[in-house]
Design a binder for this molecule. Structure first.
Ligand code: MD3
Ligand code: FE
Length: 210
């Protein structure tokens, strides 16, 4: 873990390229898929239109991010099983402590599963009360073309290739940046069984009490 140094690739965006080695990536993929057996992947829907996402999702932690026709929100239970989400893997909590220095642990690990052709349109993440907390992202499996811009939709964007084992922390001016996944480079990794990409994002949802 953290087998590299961080580079600030844009204001508030730190990248640890290859932070996890191949064996850690394999163990983490297995761990995630194991936990997802208790909290199966589902396809969220766009608010209002109900249009399904191309990305499949599940969550770990005390709160899970969810979207359906009624809107974006955090939920304490899986929408289909009504059970609590599985716990966040310890290695991710350790990554959070080592990279963010934030005073409280994350409550949510959103798991995004991209099969061939899945993408994520340009958006902001602002459903968390703790907007002063950074977001940590771990990429596993196929490479993806990630796009990040500014805090308005019109601001110029830049594209970065995210590879399996990369860890990014988005804080400060980047926390409310528009971002998305334009496409996968299908078949570029063998880490996800059946092919594709898994992205894990750790989020602090509530403002810590102290
Ligand atoms: C910058 N996920 O889950 S990770 C998301 O690869 C999301 O699945 C993408 O955007 C993915 O919301 C991108 C990088 C990322 C995640 C969250 C952010 C960048 C961020 C939140 C705020 C700013
Ligand atoms: Fe996002």
């Amino acid at each position: 873990m953290l087998h590299s140094h961080a580079f600030e690739i844009a204001p508030g965006v730190r990248l640890w390229s290859g932070a996890l080695d191949a064996s850690e990536q394999g163990l983490l993929v297995n761990d995630v898929l194991q936990r997802a057996q208790d909290a199966p992947f589902y396809r969220p829907q766009m608010p209002r239109s109900g249009k399904p996402f191309s990305v499949e999702e599940t969550n770990f932690g005390s709160m899970g991010w969810y979207s359906d026709i009624s809107g974006y929100r955090y939920e304490a239970r899986h929408p289909l099983t009504q059970r609590a989400w599985p716990p966040i893997p310890e290695i991710l909590l350790e990554l959070w402590r080592k990279t963010t220095g934030y005073r409280a642990p994350p409550e949510c690990c959103l798991v995004n599963l991209y099969r061939a052709g899945a993408r994520m349109g340009l958006h902001q993440d602002r459903d968390e009360a703790a907007l002063e907390a950074p977001v940590l992202s771990v990429s596993l499996g196929d490479d993806a073309l990630f796009r990040i811009g500014g805090t308005t939709r019109k601001a110029p964007t830049k594209s970065i290739k995210l590879c399996s084992g990369d860890v990014l922390v988005f804080g400060g001016p980047a926390r409310l940046a528009f971002h998305g996944i334009d496409r996968l480079v299908s078949g570029s990794s063998r880490h996800v069984p059946g092919g594709g990409r898994i992205n894990l994002t750790l989020r602090r949802v509530a403002v810590p009490r102290e």
